[in-house]
Design a protein around this ligand. Structure first.
Ligand code: GYE
Length: 340
């Protein structure tokens, strides 16, 4: 099938997805239609399945893909925002297969449930590259490679930071009560961060994890869950929040409950992502420490695609470099260098 035909098919599929009010029924954001593309065969056509737009991290990731896979760079990017629903990603992969895209880049919302659809992609001869989160499939050949973060290391680093911080505060022998705001359950970021922190927690006799609960990586749910924690537990010493946006919600809930947090407050806050907005909140004294997670993955993936185009082999797993930030650092200077 020629690329022109593919675009025509795409046009028809999108047309079929419109409901009577002229809105896209799946609620996802769609790429430009056939008529807007002069000749797609000039480009490497990449279908990217984004998780959603739930966080600052996510916006950084979206910008990274949109700025890298440009027509100027020789790409035509089909961008799908799944609004945090795996069923939307499954549908979009099947659409990409029908359109015979050259590559599929998948940021999977959760780890399980991909075997069938990725077998379809393999049968169609379309390479699948995983970005950010990973998947749990029996046959690892169903994807070409994964570029993301070592989430378990991030969680472990958070636990080790807390051991060290409490020691410096002379609180090593105190009873430490912790709650965790988890990300989307079953996502690699949640699984890894929870497991990494738990490995350190297990070794501390005086730490108690009061409860784990998911805030789905959003500010609104983060606030709701934190309100519940504050209503339920009289004493909370530490909040582990698996992303910055849930942290913003948690900080609001703490304030509304008449409590304080951060280096000078009652509750120690550990966060993940290290977005610019969170580092600003740290400057205001609301967060103690933030473990970086790098969303700028598209340039590395573009390099991989170029290698694949030249029939070169690529590494199966590639981790992004990461660090952490706390108030002992020159945050004003660091904020200026942040890109998300
Ligand atoms: O931490 C969070 C986002 O998968 C690493 O997803 C990503 C996570 C990130 O919603 O802010």
């Amino acid at each position: 099938m020629s690329k022109k035909c593919i675009w025509f098919l795409y046009f028809l599929l999108m047309f079929a997805a419109f409901d009577g009010c002229g809105k896209v029924s799946s609620g996802t954001e769609h790429a430009p239609l056939y008529e807007e593309v002069e000749d797609a065969s000039e480009y490497i056509v990449v279908g990217f399945l984004q998780v959603g737009s739930e966080s600052d991290w996510r916006m950084g990731s979206t910008n990274s893909f949109k700025n890298t896979f440009t027509e100027e760079n020789g790409y035509y990017l089909l961008f799908e925002d799944a609004q945090q629903k795996q069923e939307n990603q499954l549908k979009s992969i099947r659409n990409f297969i029908l359109q015979e895209v050259d590559y599929i880049i998948l940021d999977p919302i959760v780890e399980t449930g991909w075997d069938a659809v990725l077998t379809e992609a393999r049968d169609a001869g379309i390479p699948v590259i995983l970005a950010d989160r990973s998947i749990d499939v029996e046959d690892k050949e169903l994807y070409t490679c994964w570029v993301g973060s070592d989430f378990e290391k991030e969680g472990q680093r958070a636990g080790e930071w807390l051991v060290d911080y409490l020691q410096k505060q002379g609180r090593s022998d105190e009873e430490i009560r912790i709650v965790t705001l988890q990300g989307t359950l079953g996502s690699t970021a949640q699984i890894g961060r929870t497991a990494g922190f738990a490995a350190v927690l297990e070794e501390q006799e005086n730490w108690e994890m009061l409860e784990y609960m998911s805030g789905d990586f959003t500010q609104a749910k983060g606030q709701e869950v934190m309100e519940y924690f504050l209503d339920t537990y009289e004493e909370i010493d530490v909040v582990v929040s698996e992303n910055d946006n849930m942290t913003f919600g948690a900080v609001d809930a703490i304030r509304e409950a008449g409590k304080t947090c951060g280096p000078e407050g009652e509750i120690i806050i550990l966060s993940f992502d290290a977005s610019r907005a969170a580092l600003r909140a740290m400057l205001r004294g609301e967060i103690n420490v933030d473990f970086e997670c790098n969303p700028i993955l598209a340039p590395k993936i573009e390099e991989i695609i170029q290698k694949l185009e030249n029939n070169e082999t690529v590494e199966k797993v590639q981790y992004a470099e990461e660090q952490y930030f706390d108030t002992s650092m020159d945050l004003e200077k660091i904020i200026k260098t942040r890109t998300y």
